[in-house]
Design a binder for this molecule. Sequence first.
Ligand code: NAP
Length: 285
Amino acid sequence: MKILVTGANGQLGMEMKNVLETNFPGNTLYTDKEELDLTDRDAVCRYVLRNDISHIVNCAAYTAVDRAEEEKAESAAVNVDAVKNLGIAADAVGAKIIHISTDYVFDGRNYRPYKESDKVNPISQYGNTKRAGETALIAYIPNSIIIRTGWLYSPYGHNFVKTVLSAKKPLKVVCDQIGTPTYARDLANAIYRILRSSQWVEGLYNFSNEGVCSWYDFAKAICRIAGNTEYPISPIPTEDYPTVASRPYYSVLDKNKIKLTYDVVIPHWEESLTECIERIKSGEE
Ligand SMILES: NC(=O)c1ccc[n+]([C@@H]2O[C@H](COP(=O)([O-])OP(=O)(O)OC[C@H]3O[C@@H](n4cnc5c(N)ncnc54)[C@H](OP(=O)(O)O)[C@@H]3O)[C@@H](O)[C@H]2O)c1
């Protein structure tokens, strides 16, 4: 088994590196844009062939949800064309792919946690490109595994947890968008379980932590756990916090499929948040 992790400098990529370096030392290659620009099809095909890659974990993406509304070509290049390139390269050598997608493929009008089989209807350019990436990949590699996740955070890069922790003023946070945070380390551990499993069950999977909250609840928990009491946090409706891109009001994911298929045990979001805050406080980033 020779694994390629793309987007290795991103939040999930960094956590994949932590998990795999411990468990598969020497068997994994890690690339980001500088080593391997995934929008360059020839380079991707050459790299996968030359390195005899058997498994690809694609953590690379264009993740700037608001900027994507302006940068339509750039977001599509990474979230669609690059995914297609990986599919073509994997197809040429018979490699398997685990690709990461998003809860933003849904419109957020559901009344119960989204199952993998629920109808998609993205409401943003980011969501549209991620959905197009899913379909492009399935067209090239029907046996790929695609994991949809949401509200990702880690000690690395930019994310909501780090923004709230570093706030130096009172915060107003939307209280009517409901979802579940995902600790990137927990997702990386779930991907590791799939890689080391004796069975490869193709298809879509959902993954987030357990539990449900609003962004406001999430912000309050971050400050409570970190012991940050200096600046108050107030709830506001989405209409008082306009953003360039629309976001789903409800994006809770049903995780039964991944739990049953791969025996994944998922911690509650507050438990994982506590661990991540400890890591951030200890200086990891
Ligand atoms: N973050 C979230 O809240 C969230 C929510 C739902 C789903 N997801 C999905 O989860 C996955 C991991 O997200 P993340 O938060 O870890 O993303 P991230 O931190 O933004 O990392 C993505 C990485 O991909 C790299 N990349 C961009 N364009 C590339 C290219 N052309 N070739 C090679 N690498 C390229 C980026 O490099 P640069 O930084 O230099 O561009 C970055 O290092 C993505 O598929 C994302 O769509 C994320």
